[in-house]
Design a protein around this ligand. Sequence first.
Ligand code: SF4
Length: 666
Amino acid sequence: MPSSQSTDGTRTDVLLIFPPQTEARFFPYLSLPYLTGHLRRRGRRVHQADLNIAVLHELLRCPALLDDAVRAQDTGDDGKAVSDWYRHEMADVFAAHIGELRAHVLEKAPAGELGPDRAVRLATLALELLVRDTFLTRTWEDLGRLDDAVRRAAERPPAASDVPLVSLRHLVTGLLGRHRPRVVGLSVAFFSQLAPALLIAAWVRQLAPDTQICLGGQQVMLRHDGLARLPGVRETVDALCPTAGEEPLERWLDALDGTVPLAAVPGMTWLPRAGGAPRTGPAVTLRFRDLGPPDFTGLPFRSYLNDALELAIVSCVGCYWGRCAFCSYGNRSLPQGGYQQGTAPQIADAVEAVVRATGTRYVSVADENTNLRLILKAMRAVRERGIRLRFGVRSRLEPVLTDPGFCHDLAAVGCAMIAVGYEGTSQRLLDRVDRGVCAADYQRILDNLHAAGITVRFTVMGQVLDETPDEFEASLRFLVDNERRIGIDALELMVAEPGSRLTGSPDDYGLALDTSDRLAGNPELSYLAGRVGRPLAVRGGPTRTEALDRLLRIFHTVRPGRTNGPAPSRPAPDGSRAPAVAALRPHTWVRTVPAYADDRTEVRVTLADLVKERFYALPADDVEQRADGLLMARTDRGRRLLARLADAAAGTPDPALAAPSARSTS
Ligand code: SF4
C-alpha cells in the first residue's frame, strides 16, 4: 500500500506501456488491464497506454502522416513505378475516407459507404504502409544486432527518424510530461515488440532520468538471461520481470516508498547500472485465484481494429497440459505450481466486471489452452446473473469435445468460437510432440462443434518433426474435407523457442539446433516473423524449404469457410451467371492504373482494388473507361466482365445504363 509520507501526489506511480509493433489490435492486450486492476485496488495511481494501437490513432487524427511516410518510401524513379503509384493512391484513398474510418474505428459508428469490414481493412493497410520498412517493422538476426540498432536509433535526433518513430516519440514524451511516472513498465508479449520496447526505454531514460524502468511479459520470461547481457538493456533498464508482474510491481512501489527493503521485492531481476551481476529477488507468492478482474479504464477499448466491441479475460496462467514439446509457454507450467487457474466464481466476476464496465457483448477468453469444463461452469454462472454474451476460447481438440452434449452445453452458454492448433492427423507425430490428443477424434469433434454452431479456427503448424509425405497428404486431406466448416487464422513452421522441451533436449525429437546466437522465425508466413527461436533442422525430415512448400500447398488448396455459396465472380454451381452489366462505376477505393505505370494500357484497362489488394485487367476490346471513370461494356463479354466486377464488389452498376439481356458470346 502507498505510504502517505513518501508519495508525491502529483506523480503517477506506474505508467504501463504496451509497445508497438504487433498485430494484437483486436482488443487491448490483457497484461496492462490486469496489472492496472491489481495496482489500483492497492491504492496506486496507474496509467496504461497501448502505444501499439495509439500509432494507428495518431494516423487517424493526422492522415497527412501517411503522405509523409509514402513520400519517404518513393523509389526515386520519378514516382513512375507502379509500386510508388500504388502507395500514393493508398494514401489518397485513406485520406478520402478518413471521416468513415474515424467514425468506425474510433467510435464504432457506422462506416458509411465503406462498411465495417472494409473500414477495418483499410485502416490496417494504411497503418502497415505507415510503418513499412521502418525501425518498427525490422526483423532481427540476433539479439546483439537488435541491441546495437536500438542504441543507434536512440541517439538519432527525432527529426532524422522514420515518420512513425517521430510520432511514437511524441506519444512517449506526452505521456511522461502528463504523468511524471515513478516507474515505467513495458509489457513485451511478442518478439516484434522487443526492439521498439527497448527504444522507448532508452527515450524514457533520456527524457526522465529519475524514472525507474522495468521490462516484463512473455518475451522477458523466455529470454531474460540473454536480455540481461545486452549492453543497451543494462544502460537503460532497471529491472526485468520474468514472472507475473502484479506482486513485483506492487512491492517495488512499496520499496520506493521506503516501506520495505528492495531485497524483499519478489519476482524481479535487478540490473545494476554500475555493472556487476544481475540480482534476483525472492519468488512471488500471489496466486492467480487471488487476482481481481482486469481494469480497462484509460484504454481506448472501443477504438480497436475490430468490427465490433470485443474485450478479453483470462481464466488461468499457463496450461494444465503443458507438455507439447514445441510450446515454451506451456512447458513453463510443468514444474509443480507452474499452472494456476481461476475459480468459476472468480472468472464469472471478471466477465461480469468487464461487461458492466464496457458494455461488451463478446469476450475472448485469451488463454493459450482453456479448461473447457471450468469455462462452461463459469459462463453458466454468468448467465445465472442475467448476463447474455458470446465468447471465444482457445483449446486443443480435447476428448471432452467428442461428447455432442458437452458441445451443445458450451454453445448454450454463449461459446461462439474455438481456436485450435493443428499439427496434422498423424498420431505418430502427435505422440512424439506429446500433444495429448487423439487424431481419430478430430472428425467427430468438428462434426459436434459444427452441429452446435461453434466456429472452429485453426492455426496450422508445419515442419512437425519428420512428417512423411503420406502423413502430410492425409493431414491436408482432412483440412480439405472440412474446409467448409473451419477457418484458418495462420500457418507457421514449428519454432524451437527458448525454454521449450524441443530446445532443452533436441536429440529426443531428432532435431539439430543451431546453438549460435542466430534467431529463426517465420518471416515468410507470420507478421514480422512471428515466434522466434533457434534455427533447426529435422534429421530425416523435410527441409525447411520443403516444409514451407507444404504449408503453401495448404494455403493454395484449402478454401476455408466456404459456407456462404461460391466465391465472388465464379459461376454458380448451376452454371448460371450474374446478370450482365452495361456500365459500372468503380468504388472510390478501386483505382485505374495510369498509362505511365502500366505499359499495356492500349490493350487493357487495369484496375486496382486497394482495399482487397486485388488487380483486375479488362481487355480494351471489351471494356472502355470514360474520362469520368465510368466503365462501359463494348461487347457481351465486356458486360459479363463488368458483372463479375460488380459481383466482386469493385463497383456499382449504373442503373441509367441497363444491360440488354443478350447472352451471346463474343
Ligand atoms: S500447445 Fe497448447 S495445449 Fe500444448 S502445452 Fe502449449 S498451451 Fe498447452
